[in-house]
Each structure stands twice: as structure tokens, then as C-alpha cells.
Design a protein around this ligand. Structure first.
Ligand code: SAM
Ligand code: SF4
Length: 313
């Protein structure tokens, strides 16, 4: 499926819940989210019906995200269902807290791999950033993924000046030792994070002499990869300073059945109602795709106030 700028859209990110077992300061309000009624959220069966339509339209890769996807009831059934549809790649972005107990079942259900979000290796800072999380749970989750073959494990680290920017070397050495791929992500001014926009850290501010670029796109996705002088593979995802909109191949679906064409746009196309009333959802998707924006406008100060935990990153 191509949009009007000729971009091939083959990747769907599904936010399966807006609930989370952590409360990262740049992502979620302290008191969490308003509870949604059963009727408001898509059932597993409805997700699968929508995924089947997207598959017909050319979606080859699905990423499950949230909120925290591992707190979603029925997540294993959803993964199995997507696998049975024959989607080529199923990945998940998770905070990793529940991976220790769930990695094996996730693998069995058909999950291919995980990205785990981890911004600091300091237990106190971790607790402060996540408003109460235990770093050991995440480290245990990473080990469980390695053991079960949910690999390559990629770690996503959002850098926030004055919080974890001094930890960069430590994170890189740790990733090298653990043979984990580490990716630094620029903090995007969305929702809760708008208040931290003066603490963004951009790629330009790095000492590039320590990093040798790896040719091409060795691990797919929007990251640019480098070999750090320590030997570690380090990726940079720079949505703000170095837009990758011209290669954008993705759509997003939230747990209320809204199709989101761009992370930085407030526009949503509801698919749940037409699905429930028997309308032609494929036609609605065909029309929607033509509205996918060419690029974001963060650099002109246009910020999306929506909470990141509802969109899924
Ligand atoms: N709970 C899961 C997790 O933390 O991995 C999945 C959802 S979370 C919204 C997905 C990713 O978005 C995480 O890696 C998180 O760090 C990142 N994220 C959240 N807010 C962000 C922001 N304002 N800028 C950049 N990344 C952000
Ligand atoms: Fe939860 Fe992930 Fe948001 Fe942190 S970043 S509050 S773990 S959804």
C-alpha cells in the first residue's frame, strides 16, 4: 500500500492498552489513565479482523506496544492470532518488567523479538523516572529474552539532559558486555514530555569521533547504527533533529480502534465503529492512507498534546 508521497506502508504499530505498570515522567501522568469500559476498547477478535484487512493491504510487520503490552489480558491470544494470519514479523516494545515471567510464553505464542525500554542502570534513578519501578525486574526480563531466543534484544534509551546524559558511556559498555543493541532516542515533545523539551539531547551534541558508521541499515527501522570504539553496536533514532519522515512506512492503531497516520498529528480515523456496524473498513483505510502527512512540524513548534502511552511510541 502506497501513500500519496509514494511511501510503501508495510508496518503497523498497535497500542494494545493505554494502561501501564510504570509511570515514566515523560510519558504518563502520575495518576495513570482513566479506565475505559470494555465496549470502548477493541476485543482480541476485532484486532485480528483489522490486522487481517491491513495484511491484505500489504502490512508485513506488526509491533505490539502500549501502555505496557504485557499487562493486556489476552496478549498471548493476540500474538497467536497474528501469527496464524501469516504476518511476517511480530515484535513488541515493552518496559520489560514482566518479561521474566512471560518471555517463554511469548516466544511460544509466536513473538519474534522485543525492544526493551531502559533509560538508566542506576536503581534509584530508575525508580525516580518510572515513579516506583524496580530495575532488577527489567534486567531479569532482558536475561529471560536472551534465554528464550527473543533476539536480537534491542534496548531503547531516551536521553534526557540532566537525568541520564552522564550515563552514556556506562550504558554503552554495559550493552557491549551483554551483547545487546543499544539505541539512543531523542526525547520527542509529545504529551507529558512537552514540559521536558529543554532537556532534549540531540545527535549533533555527540562526540562523533567515538563512533564509526555502519553501512546501510543493518538492523532495519529508523535507527542509524555505529560501531562504538568499545566494540558495542549503538543506534541513534533522531526523529526531531534528523527527520526520517520521507522514509516513514508506518501506521498506528490505538486500543480504541483509532488509526493514527502520524505520531505527531492529532488526527484519528476510527475503525471500531465501522467494523462493528459492518461498513467497508478496507475502503475507509484506503481513503485514510491518502491523508498521511508528508512530515511532522516539531521544528516549527507544532506539538501533539496526546499522551504517548495511548499512541504507543
Ligand atoms: N511501555 C512500553 C515501553 O515503555 O517500552 C511501550 C510503550 S512506550 C510509550 C514506547 C516507547 O516510547 C518507550 O521506549 C518510551 O521510552 C518511548 N517514549 C515515550 N515517550 C517518549 C517521548 N516523549 N519521546 C521519545 N520516546 C518516548
Ligand atoms: Fe509505561 Fe512505557 Fe510509558 Fe514508561 S514509557 S510509562 S513503561 S508506557
Amino acid at each position: 500500500m502506497k501513500d500519496r508521497f509514494g511511501r510503501e506502508i508495510d508496518y503497523l504499530r498497535i497500542s494494545v492498552t493505554d494502561k501501564c505498570n510504570l509511570r515514566c515522567r515523560y510519558c504518563m501522568p502520575e495518576d495513570g489513565v482513566q479506565l475505559l469500559s470494555h465496549k470502548e476498547v477493541l476485543t482480541i477478535d476485532e484486532y485480528l479482523k483489522i490486522v487481517a484487512i491491513f495484511q491484505k493491504k500489504g502490512i508485513r510487520k506488526i509491533r505490539l506496544t502500549g501502555g505496557e503490552p504485557l499487562v493486556k489480558k489476552g496478549i498471548l491470544d493476540l500474538i497467536k492470532g497474528i501469527r496464524d494470519l501469516g504476518i511476517e514479523e511480530i515484535a513488541m516494545t515493552t518496559n520489560g518488567v514482566l518479561l521474566g515471567e512471560k518471555a517463554r510464553d511469548l516466544k511460544k505464542a509466536g513473538l519474534d523479538r522485543v525492544n526493551i525500554s531502559l533509560d538508566t542502570l542506576d536503581p534509584e534513578k530508575f525508580k525516580e523516572l518510572t515513579r516506583g519501578g524496580d530495575l532488577q525486574d527489567v534486567l531479569g526480563g532482558i536475561r529471560a529474552c536472551q534465554k528464550e531466543g527473543l533476539e536480537p534484544v534491542k534496548i531503547n534509551t531516551v536521553l534526557v539532559k540532566g537525568f541520564n546524559d552522564k550515563e552514556v558511556s556506562r550504558l554503552i559498555s554495559w550493552a557491549g558486555e551483554e551483547k545487546i543493541i543499544l539505541r539512543f532516542i531523542e526525547l520527542m515533545p509529545i504529551g507529558e514530555a512537552i514540559q521536558y523539551k529543554d532537556q532534549q539531547m540531540f545527535f549533533d551534541q555527540w562526540n562523533k569521533g567515538d563512533f564509526e558508521p555502519l553501512p546501510g541499515k543493518p538492523l532495519g527501522g529508523p535507527a542509524r547504527y555505529y560501531r562504538h570504539k568499545s566494540g558495542a553496536t549503538v543506534g541513534f533514532i533522531n526523529p526531531v533533529s534528523c527527520q526520517f519522515c520521507e522514509d516513514c512506512n508506518r501506521l498506528r492503531l490505538d486500543c480504541k480502534g483509532n488509526l493514527i497516520l502520524c505520531l505527531h498529528s492529532t488526527e484519528k480515523i476510527n475503525l471500531k465503529k465501522p467494523l462493528r456496524t459492518g461498513e467497508d473498513v478496507e475502503k475507509i483505510i484506503d481513503r485514510a492512507i491518502l491523508e498521511k502527512p508528508e512530515s511532522h512540524h516539531l521544528n516549527e513548534g507544532q506539538y501533539n498534546p496526546s499522551q504517548m502511552n495511548t499512541i504507543g511510541g
